[in-house]
Design a protein around this ligand. Structure first.
Ligand SMILES: NC(=O)c1ccc[n+]([C@@H]2O[C@H](COP(=O)([O-])OP(=O)(O)OC[C@H]3O[C@@H](n4cnc5c(N)ncnc54)[C@H](OP(=O)(O)O)[C@@H]3O)[C@@H](O)[C@H]2O)c1
Length: 258
């Protein structure tokens, strides 16, 4: 996108971690942001923090559960009502889950599928008609570096396989949307220092230097958004120099630390 100033973005999962850092960075570039997450308190704090550190941008928070279609419809409607148009969608909201498959609760499978896969696909489906109308738009998606592992990391197979499916969907979508002037980019981060990975004690404890910071992922988002009009990064991978994901085996003891 040539000039980011004055554009309008939706960022999901933006009350914490990577999503919040992305929202802050977009707002600092003059982009109006509608940020979404389920829990009102952290969402309000993120809105206040972004407002405090930026000027001349519209910063709105909307309590949203991306696993619920009704909430996604409300999110899209709110963006169109408040901003008039949606230029950028950053699909980021996601949950982690770590179990040996036979111990994974059945309801956990549904929660992961509705959040980490359908949450992305449904929101894209709701947003693209408006982008197609204007023949312009960028859709950035937080996938996962774990999709590069074959076999997938032990005890993470549901989470990772949904991200594999998402990655495949987004690659296909890239070609379909290209014909409409819309850019689709997947970001594949390694292990980033957020609450999501904070639960993985064996990976994070005393090994903080192994983790990347949200800023490292934000840089990928900004790279994608500032690519020339006739160029679109299809996938951007940023992996720790010492990432545990290169090992397909992760001990179950980590999940017990939850
Ligand atoms: N951290 C990593 O190492 C890493 C690596 C690869 C990929 N990723 C991906 O990057 C994305 C962000 O991860 P993160 O590490 O920044 O996570 P995080 O720090 O745990 O933050 C997750 C954000 O998503 C929101 N969220 C969770 N479930 C939601 C739902 N159903 N509806 C709406 N919002 C929801 C959370 O707020 P509420 O709980 O209040 O809703 C929070 O704002 C995820 O998709 C994750 O899979 C992360």
């Amino acid at each position: 996108m040539s000039d980011l100033k004055g554009k309008n973005a939706i960022i999901t999962g933006a009350s914490k971690g990577i999503g919040k850092a992305v929202a802050m960075s977009l707002a600092e570039k003059g982009i109006n942001v509608l940020i979404a997450a389920r829990t009102q308190g952290p969402l309000d704090s993120a809105v206040a923090e972004i407002k405090e550190k930026t000027t001349g941008v519209n910063v709105i928070g909307l309590s949203t559960d991306v696993s619920k279609l009704k909430d996604l419809q409300k999110l899209t409607d709110t963006a169109l009502k408040e901003f008039g148009q949606i230029d950028i969608l950053v699909n980021n909201a996601g949950v982690s889950s770590q179990y040996p498959f036979e111990k994974q609760p059945l309801e956990d499978l549904e929660r992961l599928a509705h959040t980490n896969y359908l949450g992305y696909v449904r929101l894209i489906r709701l947003v693209i008609p408006h982008m197609i109308e204007r023949k312009s738009g960028a859709i950035i998606n937080m996938v996962s570096g774990s999709t590069l592992c074959d076999p997938l990391p032990k005890n993470f197979i549901t989470y990772s396989s949904l991200k594999v499916g998402l990655r495949a969907f987004l690659k296909g979508l890239f070609w379909e949307m290209r014909d409409h002037g819309i850019k689709v980019t997947s970001i594949l981060p390694g292990v980033v220092d957020t609450e999501l990975t904070g639960k993985l004690k064996d990976i994070t404890e005393k090994q903080n230097e192994r983790l990347m910071k949200p800023k490292d992922v934000v840089d990928m988002v900004m790279f994608a958004l500032s690519a020339p009009q006739n160029a679109c990064p299809l996938e951007l991978t940023v992996i720790n120099q010492q990432t545990p994901w290169t090992k397909p085996v992760i001990d179950y003891t980590q999940s017990q630390a939850k």
